[in-house]
Design a protein around this ligand. Structure first.
Ligand code: NAD
Ligand code: TYD
Length: 341
């Protein structure tokens, strides 16, 4: 595939993927198509800006006419879709934009792939569509039981992919990954929020009892899985991408504080997130059989991430001072600090 449309390529995972592809495939051209919402950030792409193989279009994936124009103009072979509203807490405050982008927008991309006969669409999804998993791990054939407006919207997008494959034979592959971390992640998600708060000796707001479990996947391991599935995944199939690195939020927080040499007294227990899923866990044997595995050790990748946020205040300070500030106030102005913290 010589020409990729990377939707949502100015966000966290998408921008990491752009750099990954430009480095790995000397003859590949990439077009980033991004609405540049609060989460889209051209600072994430500034290292690609001078590369003649890279171009950027500001646009909404819900705008079918523009997507179609860009695909034709750049002779696109395949779409890799990262574009989404992605933050669970925001989806609780304002679900509408999630439904619009994550369901309707996915449908628009599928429609363009169908109409123009593109070679493939890789749709990036999440373990959250399976809902909370008490025991064991989710396999790709499990029922989808999403609990938040975010995960329900992502599940809707996944089901549109399935329907377009079954009904029209659209060559779409879905990946469902666990929680990612790494450089360039917007500081509303737990790891960058806690690192940047700790750097400024501010409290780390840990939801509820802190015993919710997430599986932590380094973003470059995720990029490798997406690249492999784009090229070698089977049409219509779903592939889980997990790191087998499950931690409670409390364990994760303590690990970050230890790495940074900061005291546990920074942890502040706050009221829980409504509908907070207790645990996600993926069985990734299907993608492992195709040769993928994580290549980054969790502790090394987390240390590298702490270092990146320490060295790149210019990147996150302005984000936390801007839109984030009013969002954060809306969240935490009403979120009760629990008495025992
Ligand atoms: P992000 O919020 O950092 O980036 C999303 C990007 O999409 C931004 O650049 C934003 O401007 C763009 N965008 C939003 N709405 C758009 C629209 N209507 N049209 C065009 N562009 C639009 O998200 P991320 O963490 O990089 O996640 C990327 C994808 O990976 C998402 O689909 C998400 O559901 C999925 N995912 C994320 C994680 C994770 O832990 N971050 C884990 C599994 C799956
Ligand atoms: P988050 O990074 O928002 O990802 P997701 O909700 O998609 O898993 O949150 C990861 C976990 O951390 C989740 O269990 C909620 C918790 N959390 C906190 O305890 N405090 C916070 O301030 C945030 C943002 C998340």
């Amino acid at each position: 595939m010589e020409s990729l449309l990377i939707t949502g390529g100015a966000g966290f995972i998408g921008s990491n993927f752009v750099h990954y592809v430009l480095e790995k495939y000397p003859s590949c051209r990439v077009v980033v198509y991004d609405k540049l919402t609060y989460a889209g950030n051209l600072d994430n792409l500034r290292d690609a800006a001078g590369d003649p193989r890279y171009s950027l279009v500001r646009g909404d994936i819900c705008d079918e006419t523009l997507v179609e124009e860009v695909v034709c103009e750049h002779e696109i072979d395949a779409i890799v879709n990262f574009a989404a509203e992605t933050h669970v807490d925001r989806s609780i405050l304002e679900p509408g934009s999630f439904i619009q982008t994550d369901v309707y927008g996915t449908h628009v991309l599928l429609e363009v792939v169908r109409k123009l006969g593109l070679q493939r669409m890789l749709h990036v999804s999440t373990d959250e569509v399976y809902g909370s998993v008490t025991d064991g791990s989710s396999v790709e054939t499990d029922n989808l039981l999403p609990n938040s407006p975010y995960s329900a919207s992502k599940a809707g997008g996944d089901l549109m992919c399935r329907a377009y494959h079954v009904t029209y034979g659209v060559p779409v592959v879905i990946t469902r990954a666990s929680n990612n971390f790494g450089p360039h992640q917007y500081p509303e998600k737990v790891i960058p929020l806690f690192i940047t708060n700790a750097l400024d000796d501010k409290p780390l707001p840990l939801y509820g009892d802190g015993l919710n479990v997430r599986d932590w996947l380094y973003v470059l391991d995720h990029c490798e899985a997406i690249d492999l599935m784009l090229r070698e995944g089977q049409d219509g199939e779903v592939y889980n991408v997990g790191a087998d690195r499950e931690l409670t939020n409390l364990e994760l927080t303590q690990t970050i504080l230890d790495m940074m040499g900061k005291p546990s007294s920074l942890i502040q227990h706050v009221e829980d997130r409504p509908g907070h899923d207790r645990r996600y866990s993926l069985d990734s044997s299907k993608i492992r059989k195709l040769g993928w595995r994580t290549r980054h050790r969790f502790e090394d990748a987390l240390e590298g991430t702490v270092r990146w946020y320490t060295d790149n205040r210019w990147w996150w300070e302005k984000l936390k001072a801007g839109d984030f500030e009013s969002y954060y106030h809306e969240q935490y102005g009403t979120r009760r600090v629990l008495a025992d913290s």
